[in-house]
Design a protein around this ligand. Sequence first.
Ligand SMILES: N[C@@H](CCC(=O)N[C@@H](CS)C(=O)NCC(=O)O)C(=O)O
Length: 215
Amino acid sequence: MTYTLYYSPGAASMAVHWMLIEAGIPFEARLVDIDTGAQHDPAYLRLNPAGRVPTLVVDGVPRHESAALLMLLAERHPDAGLAPDLESPERPEWYEMMVFLANTLLPAMRDWFYADSDGDPAGAEAVRALAERRIEAAWDRLDAHLADDRAWLIGDRLSTVDLLAVMLMRWSRNQPRKAINWPHLGPYITRLRALPSFIELNAREGLTEWNNPVS
Ligand SMILES: N[C@@H](CCC(=O)N[C@@H](CS)C(=O)NCC(=O)O)C(=O)O
């Protein structure tokens, strides 16, 4: 099995990058810096015609969509334990939560960050206002889910849901209402950010914002 991850620091590629590190899966990482427009490079567009990150080349075939890539990797590497077993009662919840994050929260985030370029700039403020409501409703839902003081979003161990959720929570750091300020999301984020794989991920992507304070 061979993997090449095309990523941009802190972007939607982050959860996939995190999973590859956490699971100890060998891979090659290639930077596509979206801040410099590298996603529009003709060579990259041949791998990802939408001009977005991530792309994960799996055994020579370019694959896309962060949530799908996490689920694919979980299936190809079951020993990593990053998804509940097929027969486990937690498996349906895992599907539900992966799709909720990918289908509801991630598009609202895209709208918030790209309202001016994906749509008519004249309507951007209204788009962002609606996106904010959707994002905050998602924090409410995830916060309520963690209200029983569980350590992880699904079951009793880390899963791809946590990797995707924390990446999305990180994106709220400069938004008017930050996920970290929700009562149960705050301690959850602090716990997840302390994982050695998260620290390693930030080092590899050169990210210095939104880490736990060094004690
Ligand atoms: N649904 C996609 C979203 C990918 C996406 O929007 N990536 C952003 C970065 S977070 C991107 O590539 N932006 C560059 C652009 O749109 O030009 C996924 O989850 O993989």
